[in-house]
Ligand binder design. Structure first.
Ligand SMILES: [Zn+2]
Ligand SMILES: [Zn+2]
Length: 251
């Protein structure tokens, strides 16, 4: 069975239909989910979902877009939320220079602060990186004790190799399936022991559902693409990527 290591289950489209969303996921062979926070408010919703469902895990953190609006007490609040064993990672955090919704300096400060929290808690991070390869690599390098995952990986092979060297996993989402994507060539070169699958639901729906509201079951299509790329049966890809998720997040 597959693990969707990155989905946002607290947005209305998904939340209001969650039992059906999870049923459809099960039918597609996806039976574990990490509900990833983008700010301290929705992190509380992640925590509540982990209490309601045995197969949903959560994270707490502040997305680069949200970093300018992080409340003054966000560090304390992340620590509080992370007290539950079902909260398995800090994030999503990171840098997004494509949209720059927060000032880059604020993004970097909030990213570094959350890396320190991970170090302190000995929990993995989930990071977001858009058009910020160099700065992300340099901040990760400041925290050699911390590991985690490059979520929705979309950079080149050289960057993937740097992340792997630093101890990180590479997570592929629906954009691996998009026509003309450079990502299959990258995925081919990455050791299977370092690959995770995710949907980033409700965003980035894979082919054949591109453009629609995404949901966690579609991690299946990402895994099918990896199965083509690596020339291995889907069951084997499911087994390996789920084992990777178990090891990284201690599920
Ligand atoms: Zn993201
Ligand atoms: Zn996300």
């Amino acid at each position: 069975m597959l693990t969707d290591t990155h989905c946002h289950l607290f947005y209305d489209d998904i939340k209001n239909d969650l039992p059906n969303v999870l049923k459809r996921a099960e039918d597609l062979g996806v039976d574990r989910f990490i509900c990833v926070a983008t700010n301290v408010e929705d992190a509380k919703e992640c925590l509540d979902l982990t209490k309601a469902y045995d197969n949903i895990y959560g994270s707490a953190g502040v997305h680069p877009h949200d970093s300018k609006d992080a409340p003054e007490d966000y560090v304390d609040r992340i620590y509080d939320l992370m007290e539950s064993d079902s909260m398995v990672a800090v994030g999503e955090m990171g840098l997004d220079y494509f949209r720059n919704l927060s000032d880059p300096q604020i993004q970097k400060d909030v990213f570094r602060t959350q890396m320190s929290i991970s170090k302190e808690l000995n929990k993995p991070v989930i990071f977001h990186n858009r058009d910020a390869d160099q700065d992300v690599v340099s901040i990760l390098s400041e925290f050699p004790d911390v590991i985690g995952v490059a979520h929705c990986f979309s950079s080149n092979l050289e960057t993937a190799e740097k992340f792997i060297e630093l101890g990180y996993y590479i997570s592929f989402s629906g954009n691996l399936t998009f026509k003309n994507s450079h990502l299959p060539e990258v995925a081919k070169q990455i050791p299977l022991g370092r690959i995770l699958v995710e949907t980033d639901s409700p965003y980035l729906s894979p082919v054949p559902h591109r453009g629609k509201t995404n949901e966690p079951g579609r991690a299946r299509f990402v895994a099918e693409k990896l199965s083509d790329i690596h020339g291995l049966p889907l069951e084997r890809i499911a087994e390996i990527t789920s084992k990777n998720a178990t090891e990284l997040f201690g599920l």
